[in-house]
Design a binder for this molecule. Structure first.
Ligand SMILES: C[S@@+](CC[C@H](N)C(=O)[O-])C[C@H]1O[C@@H](n2cnc3c(N)ncnc32)[C@H](O)[C@@H]1O
Length: 245
């Protein structure tokens, strides 16, 4: 009898999928004995279509390493929601001895980031157009140096708040992938989201603020992004930087 293989079509999945199914999507899809995801980067970019064609319902995928992505074992940093890739490009030039992986779900804006990433002279940027919830899960525990989330979508309407990315479980997932001493940096300009992040962080285990306070309004070592320039007022943004202990 002919075996029927059913592939998941990207069109069947809502655009913002991390919050869908309570953010637990992909939990079952990652395992040590899974298949190796074929990372067919073109230049420095990998489009989601190339990932979707490898995803079947209930398929298990193996963890991926810095070696598989960059061909070396330099420290690996991750940025979630890179937008046009400006911050990633600046960080990669600033820390040329480290690797920078960026994830962005939106294809249109990813194309802008692709142009930037392909101009990188240090061979230390790779970007993937996919939901960060899967890519993060594909990273081994205790493997990332730092993780950056700059200006996550604030979803300002009350009925949309549940779509916010930085729920306690998602932040705990980030922390599980960080190495001890590595940090998770979050920047937002949005008062209500900052308040929620502050509350949610209290539920995350094994981290402490690197500052004397839960957040600061200005930092020296930050490269302003499009959103920073557009929305941040004189008093500064909210910067959370929590170290894994
Ligand atoms: C407000 S923009 C900020 C972009 C950039 N970080 C900046 O500061 O200019 C948030 C970005 O996160 C992306 N994003 C939201 N959810 C995501 C997810 N689950 N995985 C990857 N990217 C995501 C959005 O598509 C959007 O480009």
């Amino acid at each position: 009898m002919e075996e029927k293989v059913v592939k998941i079509k990207p069109t069947e999945i809502p655009a913002f999928i991390s919050w869908w199914q309570g953010g637990s999507r992909y939990e079952e899809n990652v395992a040590e004995d899974g298949i190796t995801l074929n990372l067919t980067f073109q230049g420095n970019a990998l489009y989601g279509d190339k990932i979707w064609e490898q995803l079947y319902p209930n398929i298990k995928i193996k963890y991926i390493s810095s070696e598989e992505i960059f061909g070396n074992n330099k420290p690996l940093n991750l940025e979630i929601g890179i937008g046009n890739g400006e911050f990633l490009a600046n960080m990669a030039a600033y820390k040329a001895e480290e690797n920078f992986l960026g994830v962005e779900v939106f294809k249109k804006i990813f194309k802008l980031a692709e142009k930037r990433a392909n101009k990188n002279q240090f061979g230390n940027i790779k970007i993937i157009q996919f939901d960060a919830a899967l890519i993060l899960r594909l990273m081994k525990e205790d493997s990332l140096s730092n993780v950056y989330v700059n200006f996550p979508d604030p979803w300002p309407k009350k009925k949309h708040k549940r779509r916010r990315l930085l729920k306690p479980d998602f932040m705990q997932l980030i922390v599980s992938r960080l190495k001890k001493g590595g940090f998770m940096q979050i920047a937002t300009d949005h008062d209500d989201y900052a308040e929620e992040i502050n509350e949610n962080l209290k539920e995350v285990q094994g981290i402490k603020s690197i500052y004397d306070t839960p957040f600061v309004r200005k930092v020296e070592d930050y490269f302003p992004t499009k959103y920073y320039r557009k929305f941040v007022q004189e008093e500064g943004a909210y910067f959370f930087r929590y170290e894994k202990i």
